[in-house]
Write a protein that binds this ligand. Sequence first.
Ligand SMILES: *Cc1c(COP(=O)(O)O)cnc(C)c1O
Length: 375
Amino acid sequence: MKNEPQPRMVYVAQPSLPPLEDFMPYLEKIWSSRILTNNGPFHQQLERALCEYLGVAHISLFANCTIGLVTALQALRITGEVITTPYSFVATAHSLLWNGIKPVFVDVDPDTLNLDPDKIEAAITPQTTAIMPVHCYGHPCDVKRIEQIADNYGLKVIYDAAHAFGVRCDDASVLQYGDLSVLSFHATKVFTTFEGGAIISPDAKTKKRIDHLKNFGFVDEVTVVAPGINGKMSEVNAAMGLLQLKHIDAALEKRRVIDTMYREGLASVKGVRCVNDAGESRANHAYFPIMVEHPNYPMSRDQLYQVLKERGIYARRYFYPLISDFPMYKGLPSAARDNLPVAARASSQVLCLPIYAELDLDVVERTIQLIRHPW
Ligand SMILES: *Cc1c(COP(=O)(O)O)cnc(C)c1O
């Protein structure tokens, strides 16, 4: 038959939504109570449920991760310079600029693509007050070494944990490391509230301060203790989180199956390397990044990206361009290419393949075959 219908474009991430009718009872409660936001019942319930699910003691929900990062820096009164990674989503460094802080970019480790602990100390100056690493693709940073460096130099550590929902490290949540960790619940992330995020605090006092900061600095009706922001999560988003939480384990299991399929299917392809260890039980399979190593592989990453796109598979070049190449950063001395050779190479080779709970396994197989035989 001619004029076969084009298969629908497959995206790299797609939120898994429970049946709409399952959401209705939550909406009915919101409609009848008229409590739409400001630490309502669903908000409180989701904070408790996430503490339990993630294995952390104190969590503050946010409207999104970016406001969470900005607030985390405010809460710890971070100033001057902060050491961070160029190999991330722009929001990581933007949160520093929004606080008038100078980002200092340090190169990443070639295996994990996380901040390279061996290179952190050389970037510390008298102005340095903190380190902001990212658990890239949900792979835990070298949390112990980062902690040691931070302790030696009297620095704070704020983890951008946007990719690290549910990730564990040494049998505990990776979110317990550092002074604060910030999650994202954006629509493209493993766990979503449409838009949303959260800060994990080590103690009740810190959580309280963060809760004030996300609510304009209000402590009670007449007391404002800080120039806070509006970072609150609404009841509709919190309700979505409670519903998502019921399905999260099943969704993670489906991601694991897809991860294994890709890994096995691509293992023998010359010039294609799957990033990070196989079969980690602690992983959340948030992304499936491969490195396309031309000329060992017969075409460049960008050519493969095009080939897949023309066949309806929209893989993404996360993270390209590097944060340090965007105009507001590239004038910084630490943004120079020769300071960041590993990140620059990764950025030119990486391709994140589609992975999400509802992804058809036939599409995974087709993607593997296309990568094996790109022409
Ligand atoms: C998605 C993402 C963010 C931003 O999260 P929002 O909830 O969209 O604000 C920040 N950092 C990283 C590494 C991300 O992937």
